[in-house]
Design a protein around this ligand. Sequence first.
Ligand code: ATP
Length: 929
Amino acid sequence: MALETKDITPAPPVARWHTFTADESLELLQSDPDQGITSQEVAARFERYGANELVEKAGRSSLKIFIDQFTNIMLIMLMAVAVVSAVLDIRDNEFPKDAIAISSIVLLNGILGYMQETNAEKALAALKRMSSPKVRVIRNGEVIEINGKELVPGDVMLLEAGVQIAADGRLLDEQNLQVRESALTGEAEAVNKEAKLVLEEEASLGDRLNCVYQGTEVVQGRAKVLVTKTGMQTELGKIAALIQDVENEDTPLQQRMTQLGNVLVSGSLALVALVVLVGMLNKGNFGDLLKTSLSMAVAVVPEGLPAVVTVTLALGTQRMVRRNALIRRLPAVETLGSVTTICSDKTGTLTQNKMVVQGIRTGLHSLQVTGDGYAPIGKFNVLENSSEDSNFAVNNIPEVQQLLMACVFCNDAILQQKNGEWIIIGDPTEGALLVLASKGGCEAAEWQHRMPRVFEVPFSSERKRMSVLVQGEHGGNVMFCKGSPELTLECCTHIQIGDQIHEIADHQRQNVLTQNNELASRGLRVLGFAYRTFSDLPEGGLTENDESNLIWLGLVGMLDAPRPEVRDAVKRCREAGIRPVMITGDHQLTAKAIAIDLGIAREGDHVLTGRELERMTSEDLDREVNLVNVYARVSPEHKLRIVQALQRQHQFVAMTGDGVNDAPALKQADIGIAMGITGTDVSKEASDMILLDDNFATIVAATEEGRVVYTNIRRFIKYILGSNIGEVITIAAAPMLGLTVPLIPLQILWMNLVTDGLPALALAVEPAEPNVMQRPPVDPRENIFARGMGAYMVRIGIVLAIITIALMAWAHGYTTTHFDEIYNKERWATMVFTTLCLAQMGHAIAIRSNTQLTIELDPRTNLYVWGSVIMTTVLQLVLIYVEPFRNFFGTHLISTTELAVCVGFSSLMFVWIELEKLVIRWWLWKRQA
Ligand code: ATP
C-alpha cells in the first residue's frame, strides 16, 4: 500500500534505477504496483519535484529575433534610401526629415515584425501544449487518465502501443514491450524491454532494458511502469537542449514573399538607374533626379506586406482551432486550401466510435442483442424464434457463454459508472464487448480476477487480432483470440457447437463467412472469437505461432453509426472539387455499406482490399488510385503506398491516421492529420494538424478556412501591390508632364504603411465568400500572380495612375492660375497625395468581393474594413489640417472645394472596380448561356 503522506519520498538515487529490482524500486519510492500512490502523496511530491515539464530551450534570443527583422532585403533598401536622402538634405543644408522618417518607419516595421514573430511563436507553442500527451496511471487504486505534466516520481503508469512515454521509469511488469528509443539513443530499431532484469551499474542507456525513458515511443505491447524521474531530471531533460528544435519554417507564401521582395528591390534599383541615366542625358539636375528615383524606390516596396501576411496566418490558426483543428505547422494554414483528396480512416472519424453490439452468430444460433450505449442493460433474442425472447437465458448456450468469456479476457478496456453514466476507458470496440458480456451476466472484474492473464500477443493493425493466455480455474491455461473474422477463422481447425468440439467442415467455414458478410453488409463491425487450451504454459511466452489449431466460437457484430454531420461534409467536399476517400482496416462490406451511406461510394463501386493492393505494382496502383474511393482491410504500410500513388497523380493529399505505424503516411501526406482523442502520441508528433474532435467534418471546415486564408492573402496582395504600381507610374509621369516629383518619400511611406496597411489588415479578416467551397482547389505550386492576379494589379495600378495623373494635371493648372509660386507646388502635390490615398479607400471597399457588388455585401460582415477606411481618412485629414503634422509631412492646406475634387476623382477608382465586376458577371453569364 502507498505510505502516509507526511513521510515524503527520499531523494531517489541518481541514475541507478536499472540496478534495482522492481520491488526495491517500489520500496525506494514508497509506491504500490496495484494501488499507486494516494492523492495527498501526489500533491506532496508535485510540490517537491515540480511539474513534469521540460524547460523550453531558449530559441533565438530576443535581440537576434529583433536584428533578424532588418535582414529583409526591402528594409535594407529603405535604409540605403534613408542614408542617401540624409546626405542630400545635409548637402542642401536642410533638416534630414525624410531620412529620419524612413529610419523610424524601418524601426517601427522591425518592432512590429518582432512582436508578431514572438506572438506567433508563443501561439504555436501554446497550441502544441494543448496536444500534450495524456497518461494512464493508477492512483488511490484506480486507473485514471491525467495530463503528462502531472506525473510525479512514484506514480504507476500504464503503457500501451502508440504511447509516447512521458517520464523515466522502472518496469514493474510488461507484455511483449517494444520501445523505439531513437529520440534518445539514435537507434532506429525498437528494443525489447524486460521487467525482470537487474543490470550492472555500467549499463549504457541503450542497454537498460528494464527501464523506459521519457520521449521514447512504445511500438508494441504494454507495461506497468514505476515513474522514477520527471521533468528536467529525466534523461531527456538532460539533453533537452539538443532535441527541442524550435521549428522556424517559412510558409510557402513567406518564401514567395521573399522572392517577390527580391524582384521588387532589383526592379526598383534598375528603375533608379534608368531615371538617373535618362535624366542626366537630358542634362537634368542630379539632385532632383536622385530625389525622384528615391521616391520611386520607396514607392515600389510594399513596406506593410510582411506584417499583414504574418498576422493573417496567425489569425488563421486561431480560427481553425475554434473549429477544432489544431495546426502544428504554420504552412498547413494556407496549404490546406489546396487539398484535392482527403483520405480518412473510418472508425471514429467518419463514424462515432460508439460501439453497440447488435448480434451474435455461432455455429447454431443467431442472437439479437438489445440495449443502447454502454449501459450493460439489454436482452438476447433468438432470431429464429423471436417469441422465445423474454425468458431466453443466454447461459444455456455453452458456446455463447464461452464467447462472452473471450470478450472479457481478450479485453483491455474498463467499463465504469461515473456520475450515473456508463463510460469506457480504452478502445470502444473492446468496451462494447464488456457491455455485451455484462448483459449476459459475465462480469469482467470477477472473471479477470478468477482467471488472471499470463501472457498476451497484443492487437496490431497489421495482424488485426489479439490473443491472451489466462490461467484456467481448474488447472491448465486457456488462450482466447479475437480479431478480424477471416483471419481468426484461418487459425481455426475446430468449432464448438453446444458443448461439443468438432473438426470444422468446409461448409461450416463457408457458413461463418456468409454470416460475416450478412452482418458486415449491414455496416456492422464484426469480430471473430476463438480459443484453445494449453496444459502447460507455452515456453518463452505466447507468440503468434500459438495462434493455430483454434476452436471457433462465433461472431459479434457491432454498430458504429456514421457521424450525422459527415454526410453534409462529404457533399461539401465534392462541391469543392475535393475527393473524400475511405481507408479502413475494417471489412470491405462494412466499409462499403458505410461509404454508401455517407455518399463516399456508390453501389457498383469497387472496394480495393489490402490483399489486392499487395499484389499490385506501383503502375497498377497509379491507374486505380484515382478511381477507388474505398480501401478496406488495409494495413498502415498500405496507406503510405496509397498517398504516394495519389501524389504521383498530382493530387494534394490530406491523410488521417492514429496508430504508431501511420506516422510514415502522415509524414508523406501533404497534410498529415492526427486524431486528438484516439490518436497515439507518435501519430500526433508526425502530423501537421490534429483534429481535436476526431471528426471528418472538421477536416472539411479546416480546408474551408485554408481557402479563406489564401483568398484573403491574395486579396490584400492585389490591393497593396496595385497601389504601389499606381504610385510608381504617377511619380514617373510627373517629369514627363514637366512637373517636379509630387510625392516625397515620407508621404509614400505613410501611404504604404498606414493608408494601405490598415485596410489590408482589415481585408485579412474578410469572412468566407459564399462560393468558397464551390470552386476547385488552388494548385499549391501556383505562382502568386496566377489566375489574373498579375494582370489585375497592373490594370488597377494603371487606372489609379490615370485618375491621379488627371487630377495632377488639373490641380497643377488650377493652382498655377489661382495661387502664387511659393505655395503652388505643395498645394497641388497635396491634392495628388490625398487623391491617391482616398482612391485606395475606394479600392479597399470594392475589393472585398471579386464578383459581388459592394451594395450586395452585408457591411456588417467585415466592419473592420469600414473602420479602417474611416480611420485612415481621418488620419489623412489630420495630415493636412493639423499644423504640426502638416509641417512634418510637407503637406499644404487645401480648400473644401479642392478636397471635394480629390474625393470626386478618387471615387472613380471605386466606380471602376464595381464596373469591372459587372463586366465579369456579364461575361460569365454569356459563357454559361
Ligand atoms: P479504421 O482504419 O477506419 O480506423 P479499424 O478500426 O477497423 O478502421 P484497425 O483498428 O486497423 O482499423 O482494425 C482492423 C481490424 O482489426 C478491425 O476491422 C477488426 O476486425 C480488428 N480489430 C479492431 N480492433 C480490435 C481489437 N481491439 N481486438 C481485436 N481485433 C480488433
